[in-house]
Write a protein that binds this ligand. Structure first.
Ligand code: ATP
Length: 653
């Protein structure tokens, strides 16, 4: 566009730029936009006094999408449903006041090509490539540069790890057979655990996805044993292996289950001794530093390891994945474990889900099938045109935790398949491990059920149980909510449950710091040694004259923290399903909202259900709410899924 045309546009809508800036204040005040988003746009407006309304609006929306898990703003999606790209409450809850401007007011007559053309003209926006503009426009996707760079970095680093298979010694056939000897398959389905292990032997990148109890840890432990056997046969040093997970809770779980699985391995003492037992959080592994986003380890100062296993990889957001991949030595192996069907990370991105998008339907390449046959005796029909990613992804499909008699397993499978009829049949089948408080549409009934669930814990505390004993029982029961706000959400239920426990005398107070208050850390604090997602409980500390401390389980015992030093935490009698990722509980009371809402998706229901190990109680909701949830999928805008799809296209074209 020439300068003359540019000024023409401005003159035609002289006040629209100012109106967008005014709207930010409205939207921020109404909670439709984060303060961060509004600041960002004001900063851009200061730097480019000519920036037109459409560019400022797009910047606000692109920034806002990050808080909702999207890596970028898809222009066509924003045009199709402009209100959906802000955090507007559902219309039935509160109709916007007439004077509040809406995004569509600024988008009239614009299609995505025209919007993109207008963005491309802005000095604030550049096409993909190196540069310093705050925004990058890739096709019809608008990114904040930081996220575009992260996406590029993840794709480039993963791409370098594909293909180039590593040599696998024929001598591993015997220990492989021994380690998987007990994996009898009773039908003609392959032993997917053995497939995963065999393929991983030749890869620098392996992704093993599977639902709860499908044997991800068991498989990776056997893989580590094989690789360490191979390494120790040629060098006394063996491999430097590290285990990690995104949260402290997930790292503790991985440590416990790997330690258990290592004990059961049929391998020599030298291999046993050279296997790791302790997992770190990713932040600790990478060297998080206070007050900076940069880690101690990066491309210029890579991690000192030969193999890294990351559990709960679905929780790793795009930026953390980029930081991790940049810090990985190029020749080291990376193994990602996770459940592709779970909710994606709280922060933007859905890397694991995107990588596994086609895993269920893909075959393996002819060379991979040859290795499977030769080393593991597994015959598979090769797929000559499979994606370069195919040999790096294996889905474990059989749960050893939820068998044919498990209602939790049946509900999880039906939810994943979006099969409403199967979901209903699971309720009618009379499974002992699931029940539905469907009749109770009142909050009081749910609170009573919650208090009944927690009573045993408070009896133990009253009987003088030690912090270690209390922490061991913290996972016995947990209330999970789909929503944050409202009587059916975390805020309403936390207050209600605390009040009831207080009235019953289980806790001395129900506000502030009181003994028996369960808390979750919401921000990493490396100095204090607590990390986002860690769950602890407030108890009187005998070693501190019974003054209150917050106790957390650590790999070597318990950590006691002064309540006043814990800056970011929240009470978790009830927690959102999002926050429960990476944790499991013996009995879960899963509270569903009264009405269908866009937040309630198949992935959320699946994640909520599968947090329960032995007993699941659903509360609230009804069959209409479930039907709507099972039909709604989480979609996260990013260019990464396109990169994965393009890998497939390359081979097929
Ligand atoms: N092939 C198998 N045969 C029999 N039992 C198995 C097999 N694989 C795993 N298990 C058992 O199933 C349980 C779950 O296994 P594991 O912890 O490896 O699964 P996971 O997928 O890592 O689970 P989680 O959902 O906890 O992450 C363990 O008790 C394990 O011993």
């Amino acid at each position: 566009m020439s300068d003359a045309q540019y000024s023409l546009t401005l003159e035609a809508t002289p006040s629209s730029r100012e109106r967008v800036l005014e709207s930010l204040a409205w939207w921020e005040a109404l909670g439709w936009l984060r303060a961060l988003d509004a600041h960002f746009v004001r900063f851009l407006a200061e730097h480019d006094a000519q920036a037109p309304a459409e560019v400022l609006l797009a910047a606000a929306l692109a920034s806002h999408q990050l808080g909702r898990g999207h890596v970028c703003l898809a222009l066509s999606r924003a045009l199709a449903a402009p209100r959906d790209v802000l955090s507007l409450p559902p219309l039935e809850e509160s109709a916007p006041q007439a004077e509040v401007p809406l995004p569509e007011d600024f988008l009239q007559g614009l299609d995505s090509a025209a919007w993109a053309a207008r963005l491309a003209e802005s000095p604030l926006v550049a096409p993909p490539g190196p540069g310093t503009t705050p925004l990058v426009l890739a096709g019809e996707r608008l990114y904040l540069r930081r996220y575009w760079s992260a996406e590029r970095s993840v794709a480039a680093h993963l791409g370098e790890r594909l293909g180039r298979p590593l040599p696998v010694e024929a001598s591993l056939a015997e220990p492989l057979a021994r380690l998987f000897a007990t994996n009898a398959t009773h039908d003609d389905t392959p032993d997917w655990q053995k497939v995963a292990c065999t393929l991983a032997l030749r890869n620098r990148l392996t992704i093993i996805s599977g639902g709860p109890g499908t044997g991800k840890t068991t498989t990776v432990t056997r893989l580590l044993a094989l690789l360490q056997t191979q390494a120790l046969s040629s060098s006394a040093q063996g491999l430097r292996i590290q285990l990690a997970a995104p949260t402290g809770k997930a790292a503790a779980r991985l440590s416990a289950s790997i330690a258990g699985a290592v004990k059961d391995l049929d391998v020599g003492d030298d291999v046993q001794a050279a296997l790791p037992r302790e997992a770190l959080t990713l932040h600790r592994l990478l060297g998080a530093r206070p007050d900076t986003r940069r880690f101690r380890h990066h491309a210029g100062h890579p991690l000192s390891l030969d193999l890294l296993v990351v559990d709960e990889a679905s929780m790793v957001d795009l930026e953390l994945m980029a930081a991790l991949l940049e810090a990985m030595p190029a020749e080291a192996r990376l193994i990602l474990l996770g459940d592709k069907d779970q909710l994606a990370s709280v922060e933007a991105g859905s890397v694991l889900g995107d990588l596994c998008a086609n895993a269920l339907h893909q075959g393996y390449s002819p060379p991979a099938c040859e290795v499977l046959e030769r080393l593991a005796g597994i015959s598979m029909t090769p797929d000559a045109v499979c994606s370069p990613l195919a040999d790096h992804v294996v889905m474990l499909r059989k749960s050893y935790r939820f068998d044919a008699h498990s209602g939790i397993g049946a509900l999880a499978a039906a939810t994943n398949a979006g099969d409403v009829a199967a979901f209903r049949r699971a309720w009618d089948a009379g499974y002992a491990d699931i029940d539905w408080l469907a009749a109770s549409r009142d909050q009081a009934a749910i609170e009573r059920a919650a208090v009944a669930g927690y009573r045993a814990l408070y009896r133990r505390i009253a009987a003088g149980a030690t912090a270690t004993e209390v922490l061991e029982r913290l996972g016995d029961f947990q209330v999970l909510c789909a929503l944050k706000r409202g009587p059916w959400g975390v805020e309403g239920l936390n207050a209600g449950i605390a009040t009831r426990l207080w009235r019953e005398g289980c806790i001395d107070d129900h506000q502030g710091w009181y003994a028996g208050r369960p808390v979750m850390v919401t921000r990493n604090d490396p100095q204090l040694g607590v990390y986002n997602g860690d769950i602890g409980i407030v108890l009187p500390a005998p070693e501190a004259q019974q003054r209150l401390r917050v106790f957390f389980a650590t790999s070597d015992g318990v950590r006691a923290v002064l309540p006043s030093r814990l800056e970011a935490c929240e009470t978790v009698f009830a927690m959102t399903v999002h926050k429960s990722q990476g944790s499991e509980f013996a009995h879960v009371l899963f509270v569903l909202p009264e009405h269908a809402t866009p937040i309630l998706t198949r992935e959320l229901v699946y994640t909520g259900i599968t947090r329960a190990k032995r007993q699941l109680t659903l509360a609230g909701g009804d069959t209409r709410v479930m039907d709507s949830a099972l039909h709604r999928r989480v979609v996260r805008d990013s260019g990464f899924a396109d990169w994965v799809a393009a890998l497939e296209q390359e081979e097929r074209s």
